[in-house]
Design a protein around this ligand. Structure first.
Ligand SMILES: Cc1ncc(COP(=O)(O)O)c(C=O)c1O
Length: 463
């Protein structure tokens, strides 16, 4: 059921599951199958896995991996260092420090601190953990790492973020014992950027109620529209209320790599922390997240001293304690592939790659506007384009959703599907997420044509 030429296998989930189970189970046969079994996998997976390197894979912040980074990743897998102690890592520990300080300097203008993470979800969690502990220390004189959340603070801690912030912010609040209700969603303007006046009012209401504002979380590159919140204004609100300012730049943080677009992130230098995912707009193989912190000592709070990993006399003798660098213990040196690709391309190379993706977004938005059967939702802010097919016979939400599934089932294209803020009937939109610098305008035209043909076929009266 492979689909020659397409970015994914044809046939849909149920048929694929049956095929995979038949070919590759039992996972643990009583007698080993030897090298041939790996050849089978090698032959099968490349044509039966969604391929982000295909020009018609355009749904998610799921980039085509840079061959240089892939090679570095293979090197790391073969060497198998672990970043939790110097005696399991050596050079890779230094490489991680170098990567963190240079990326922090790009964000904040100075080398701060940070962590290589599994992605935006972990980075947002990490930032909010630091924010929670800072707020509890400030407002309740409590060391939360030691004693948890005091009863007097329960239900009183708040996080402000926009209506379209990534769901990992609310999930982190739940995991950190604040509860999802601690997250107060602030409305966005039509361009999906937070309304700064509403943000300021929400912060005042929190103060007036005697609650504690733990953090303001701005988004630099929302998942769907790529909108960048007004970062400096968000920083002002956080500053006025003594709160942590975190920028979720999981997507837009890639702009740090562009000499042309970096200024779109103006205000990020005011943040206490920022999430940047190089496995999104940075062409790294998954995972390649960064949690960057402006204060060089910001991560000290998570450090631990453990006899088997970092004895004090080892440290006194110059062997660094690495436990203050991550929430994880055993950990791959994902910084190595970041270093390898960064040195290969340099800022000028990344600038060109990013410009190509911006040009594609501009091109495809204009192409959508030029075709009456499509409706553009809003001008692209980064490299995503939200639109829908104007159904003439069927319910527009159903027609657009079915068209996307038809493309998936045929194995011909992976197009995104989301809902405009607020949701509800009429809110379904299709999405192109353009992260592949090599894609040509002709390929974008062909992708648009595939969507149009699929949508026409689905545009029948609803039964
Ligand atoms: C704005 C934003 N933040 C955080 C995340 C979560 O990142 P990850 O999936 O790498 O954990 C995403 C994912 O798309 C995102 O778009």
């Amino acid at each position: 059921m492979s689909s020659p030429g397409g970015p994914l296998p044809a046939g849909g989930p149920a048929a694929l599951e049956a095929e995979v189970r038949a070919a590759f189970t039992p996972v643990l046969p009583p007698t080993g199958l030897g090298a041939e079994s790996f050849d089978d996998l090698l032959g099968y997976l490349p044509t039966h896995t969604v391929r982000p390197s295909h020009p018609f894979t355009a749904a998610h912040l799921h980039c085509s991996p840079d061959p240089v980074a892939v090679e570095a990743d293979q090197l790391v897998a073969a060497l198998n260092p672990s970043q939790d102690s110097w005696d399991q890592s050596a050079a890779t520990a230094v490489i991680e420090s170098c990567v963190i300080s240079e990326f922090s300097a790009l964000a904040f203008g100075e080398p701060g601190a940070g962590s290589v993470t599994s992605g935006g979800t972990e980075s947002n969690y990490f930032a909010l953990l630091l924010a929670r502990d800072a707020a509890l220390s400030r407002a309740y004189a409590v060391d939360a790492a030691e004693s948890g959340i005091p009863a007097s603070a329960a239900g009183r801690l708040r996080i402000l973020t926009s209506d379209v912030a990534h769901f990992s912010v609310a999930r982190a609040a739940a995991q950190l014992g604040l509860g999802e209700r601690a997250v107060v969603s602030v409305p966005v303007h039509e361009d999906h950027r937070i309304d700064p006046a509403a943000l300021a009012q929400a912060a005042q209401r929190i103060d007036a109620a005697g609650d504690t504002l733990v953090a303001v979380v701005a988004t630099a590159g929302t998942t769907d529209a790529g909108a960048i919140d007004p970062l400096a204004e968000c920083a002002d609100v956080a500053g006025e209320h003594g709160a942590w300012f975190h920028v979720d730049a999981a997507y837009g943080g890639g702009l740090l790599l562009s000499n042309v677009r970096r200024s779109m992130l103006a205000g990020i230098e005011l943040a206490d922390s920022a999430s940047v995912d190089l496995h999104k707009f940075g062409w790294q193989p998954i995972p390649a997240g960064l949690l960057l912190a402006r204060d060089p000592l910001a991560l000290d709070a998570i450090s631990r001293r453990v006899a088997y990993l970092c004895a004090p006399d080892d440290e006194a003798a110059g062997y660094p304690n690495l436990l203050g660098r991550s929430l994880r213990t055993t950990r791959r040196p994902d910084a190595v592939k970041i270093l390898a690709a960064s040195r290969h391309h340099g800022l000028d190379g990344y600038t060109r790659m990013i410009e190509s993706c911006f040009a594609q977004a501009t091109y495809v938005a204009a192409a959508i506007e030029a075709r009456p059967e499509f409706e553009l939702a809003l001008p692209p802010a980064l490299t995503t384009v939200l639109f829908r097919y104007r159904a003439r016979h069927g319910d527009p939400d159903r027609v657009n959703a079915e068209a996307r599934r038809a493309l998936l089932a045929a194995g011909s294209a992976v197009v995104g599907r989301t809902a405009l803020p607020g949701g509800g009937p009429g809110s379904v939109r299709l999405k192109f997420t353009l992260l592949r610098p090599e894609t040509t305008f002709a390929e974008l035209d062909a992708l648009l044509e595939l969507v149009a043909a699929a949508a026409r076929a689905c545009d029948v009266p609803s039964s």
